[in-house]
Design a binder for this molecule. Structure first.
Ligand code: GUN
Ligand code: ZN
Length: 413
């Protein structure tokens, strides 16, 4: 496959008239300025970028985007837990997960760290949906054994066995792997937390959870565990380089040092933080402590799957916190840096890398890096991706239908 269009990459920069080729294995074989020769697709007027990475998204919350019932604990109790309880029904899970995957690829997201519901059967449905959509993902069921309605509670041994079964089933899979996801301290017993930390360490699995998102939540954690939030996760052995902690808003200087010493990754979810009134993420504290930050949509507390919006709101949030971010650095955060942090192979337009590539329509004046970044990240009226490929396989072509449509035809290769 050979495509001609403008290119943008975190290392390469902007190429106004570029070309990308990939081979039958889906690896990039040509990246650079167009210097002649036939192409399979002439996409001049569009921009090709690496696919975006969503470091934190909840698949079973696809149908509740926009339900304004925050702050966090109210939103969980009134909107989120009742919706997630429906995922006991495999038919419901299959239906919603098909729409979820469509929403990701149309938004130019080619890889994601995905929270499922707590149900073992729905975890299988999530992996099947991610697989047939062609997505790259690190996913798993959320672990919950208390602090939630009983239909959502699952014994930690069952969650552990579900993770182990998925690990075995997808061991040789080129794009999917399983994560350990104790939902947050308030939905896990100390035993669940300890088992989760142990499982992740034993099998070198990515471990992800929520941390210090909302003041009411922080207070409830202190009352329940008699400990600071970070200590609860530290006690479970969860603070390591393969740990992704979402939000991380209300933290002390000591907390930041512990996160830094552990080498964790923070998933910053700015739209969720706004919609649930959670607060301003202390961007400068993370930067000053050298803590890696990736960006998450956090649908459905975040109101869009589009990671360009997450980048725009990250810019706004950082500005409030006293830092002015460069748009190219935000772009790098969504692509190269998130891929590196999560151990994913995409994120760069470079020879030998998988062709996880997105084509974006561009206005006629977008003829340099600043202009394309303005459209890609900050123009809320810009269109969605016109095409998306993952490992060279075409997984999305814009058909103008709403994102919630279910497409039953097989994906074209
Ligand atoms: N904390 C625990 N569960 C959730 C969730 O689903 N969304 C958000 N934003 N925070 C959480
Ligand atoms: Zn979340």
């Amino acid at each position: 496959m050979r495509v001609r269009a403008a290119l943008l990459d975190a290392d390469l920069g902007f190429i106004a008239d570029g070309v990308l080729s990939w081979d039958a294995t889906g690896a990039l074989t040509e990246v650079g300025a167009y210097q002649g020769g036939p192409v399979d697709e002439d996409r001049r007027g569009e921009l090709l970028t690496p696919g975006f990475v969503d470091a934190h998204v909840h698949a079973p919350q696809t149908r509740i985007i926009g339900r304004a019932t925050g702050p966090l604990l109210d939103w969980l109790a009134t909107t989120t837990f009742p919706e997630e309880a429906r995922f006991a029904d495999a038919g419901h899970a299959n239906d919603v997960y098909a729409r979820f995957t469509r929403a990701l690829v149309r938004s130019g997201t080619t890889a994601a760290c995905v929270y499922g519901s707590s149900h073992p059967t729905a975890a299988g449905a999530l992996f099947s949906a991610l697989d047939s959509a062609g997505l790259r993902a690190i996913a798993g069921p959320v672990w919950m054994d208390e602090g939630a309605p009983s239909p959502l509670c699952v014994a930690p041994e069952v969650s552990r066995d579900t993770v182990l079964a998925l690990r075995e089933r997808y061991a040789a899979h080129p794009r999917l792997s399983v994560a350990v996801i104790p939902r947050f301290a308030l939905s896990c017993s100390s035993r669940a937390m300890a088992l989760a930390g142990q499982l992740a360490a034993e099998h070198d699995l990515l471990c992800t959870t929520h941390l210090s998102e909302n003041l009411g939540e922080v207070q409830a954690v202190r009352e329940r565990f008699g400990n600071d939030y970070v200590d609860v996760y530290a006690d479970a052995g969860m603070l390591g380089r393969k740990t992704v902690l979402a939000h991380a808003i209300h933290l002390t200087e000591r907390d930041w040092r512990r996160l830094s010493d552990g080498g964790v990754i923070i998933a910053h979810c700015p739209d969720s933080n706004a919609f649930l009134g959670s607060g301003t993420f202390p961007w400068t504290a993370a930067r000053d402590h050298g803590v890696r930050v990736a960006l998450g949509s956090d649908v459905a507390a975040g109101r869009s799957f589009r990671m360009g919006f997450a980048a725009a709101y990250t810019y706004d949030n950082a500005l409030r916190d006293g830092a002015t971010l460069a748009p190219i650095d935000l772009f790098a955060a969504l692509t190269r840096d998130a891929s590196a942090a999560l151990g994913l192979p995409g994120g760069r337009l470079a020879l030998g890398r998988p062709a996880d590539v997105v084509a974006w329509p561009m206005p006629p004046w977008a003829d340099d890096a600043d202009a394309v970044l303005a459209t890609l990240l900050f123009d809320a009226d810009a269109p969605v991706a016109s095409a998306t490929w993952i490992s060279g396989r075409r997984v999305w072509t814009d058909d103008g239908r709403p994102w919630w449509s279910v497409v039953r035809e097989p994906i074209a290769r």
